[in-house]
Ligand binder design. Structure first.
Ligand code: 6PG
Length: 484
């Protein structure tokens, strides 16, 4: 068997793995893919373009023997135990200086543990976030590598070649130390959850609230996607609404059950944000909204018990569509602002040194949350990479101020119709709290001190204080007086 023929090896020839390897092959790299399923390996090899160097194998050792050294091996397998299984299978076959990459959506703490485990054995391990779905992998994803800088230099030319390009620049950059690649991808997905939630609420408001039909909705999203909010998620929403079910002829959205799935990255974003005490309530609301959707039977029972809204519709449809457009614009900016604020804090707290401008730059193309808005965000962070929250920037303030009123009007109109808008409402509440120099948390501090002597700070003096909120009962007073 010829040895050291291939530049890159892939473990797991699912659609993502196949597509990314074929993309590498199209970019003149010699690639080999392994799958335990022989048919998949053969199918993969057969699907390669002519004149590309592509090999499918079903024995792991065969792949390892044929890779150029240091070997560059990526796995695209489900997060969790499958990743550890692959590592354990690789360990007897690889050598010092070889590079193992996890390109899936692993939890960043797992990635950190794996980095340390493999470092002791002289193996470079990288956690890399890859966004763009199956099509993105084939035609150019956004790629978020982090951790080992030696390994990054080795894989950089390959990843730059296969990534999406914006203005000729690759949508891949070093995302920071340790598990930064997977952390950044996790936050990307948190923002993805929140924007998807907002779009679903728009669909609901326009359909249930203003009686638009699915064809009208398709037109609305299509036209919005030509404007200032142009984005991948708006584009696919318009496409989805044009699809009919082949069996029934009904719109596809009407035959899909309203129970949302999730693989965990949105929840992880919320969990970690809570750990860091950095509020991202619109992402939290999106995670909860998916969870509520799962309780279909209970929702049915509750709908019967409490009743649905009267069949009242918003009369001026055109005006309402324009208001909802601006509300979505406003709330979408809030979603990104929350995600960026989390990255800013996590970068420091988790010692990752995440280059926020680079993150935004590589999210402009290839990934699920790509949007025309990111150009504005990039210019803001390029000038001020240390901005703790994008809302503090004057340019962003101008964008938001132009739409703020519309968001308030939209929420006011849909609540009597019992249309749940947790995403929009949380975006507005976050904005209002963040922009309040006086919050009612002074009362919370008083309550905490009242029942638990938890102390408070004063507005007029330095230090921490406790107040005697209630007179002690007589017997307690005596106890205190007779204390030694
Ligand atoms: C991407 C996507 C991708 C995947 C999500 C779906 O960036 O390409 O985010 O990673 O589609 O993991 O996640 P849920 O199943 O949790 O919605």
């Amino acid at each position: 068997m010829d040895s050291e023929l291939y530049d890159f090896g892939m473990i797991g020839l699912g659609t993502m793995g196949c597509n990314l390897l074929l993309n590498m092959a199209d970019n003149h790299f010699a690639v080999v893919g392994f799958d335990i399923n022989r048919a998949k390996a053969e199918e993969f090899e057969a699907s390669a373009n002519p004149h590309t160097i592509v090999k499918g194998v079903f024995e792991l050792s065969s792949m390892i023997q044929q890779l150029k050294k240091p070997r560059k091996i990526m796995m695209l397998v489900p997060a969790g135990k499958p990743v550890d299984d692959v590592i354990n299978n690789l360990l007897p076959l690889v050598e010092k200086e070889d590079i193992i990459i996890d390109g899936g959506n692993s939890h960043f703490t797992d990635t950190l543990n794996r980095i340390h485990f493999l470092l002791e054995k002289g193996i470079h391990f990288m956690g890399i976030g890859i966004s763009g779905g199956e099509m993105g992998a084939r035609t150019g994803p956004s790629i978020m590598p982090g951790g080992d800088k030696v390994a990054w230099q080795q894989v950089k030319p390959i990843l730059e070649a296969v990534s999406a390009k914006v203005n000729g620049e690759p949508c891949v950059a070093y995302m920071g130390k340790g598990a930064a690649g997977h952390y950044v991808k996790m936050v990307h997905n948190g923002i993805e959850y929140a924007i998807m939630q907002l779009i679903s609420e728009v669909y609901d408001m326009l359909r249930r609230g203003a009686a638009l039909n699915v064809d009208d909705l398709h037109e609305v999203f299509k036209s919005w996607n030509k404007g200032e909010m142009q984005s991948f998620l708006l584009e696919i929403t318009a496409d989805i609404l044009a699809h009919k079910d082949v069996d029934t002829g009904r719109p596809m959205v009407d035959v899909i059950l309203d129970k949302a799935g999730s693989k965990g990255t949105g929840k992880w974003t919320s969990q970690n944000a809570m750990d860091l005490a950095l509020p991202i309530p619109t992402i939290d609301a999106a995670v909860s909204a998916r969870d509520i959707s799962v309780y279909k039977d209970q929702r049915n029972a509750a709908a019967e018990l409490y009743g649905t809204a009267n069949e009242k519709f918003i009369k001026d449809k055109q005006k309402f569509i324009e208001q909802v457009h601006d509300a979505l614009y406003f709330a979408t900016i809030i979603c990104y602002a929350q995600g960026f604020a989390l990255l800013h804090k996590a970068s420091f707290e988790l010692d990752m040194e995440v280059p926020l401008p680079d993150v935004i730059k590589i999210w402009r193309g290839g990934c699920i949350i790509r949007s025309a808005l990111l150009d504005d965000f990039y210019s803001v962070y390029k000038k001020n990479p240390d901005l703790p929250n994008m809302l503090l920037n004057k340019k962003i303030a101008r964008l938001l101020k132009g739409k703020e009123k519309k968001l308030r009007t939209v929420i006011r109109q849909v609540t009597p119709l019992k249309i749940p808008v947790a995403g929009f409402a949380s975006a507005l509440a976050y904005f209002d709290a963040y922009c309040s120099s006086q919050l009612p948390t002074n009362l919370i501090q008083a309550q905490r001190d009242f029942f638990g002597a938890h102390m408070y700070q004063r507005v007029d003096r330095e230090g921490t204080f406790h107040n005697e909120w209630q007179p002690l009962p007589e017997h307690k007073k005596e106890e205190v007086e007779h204390r030694p």
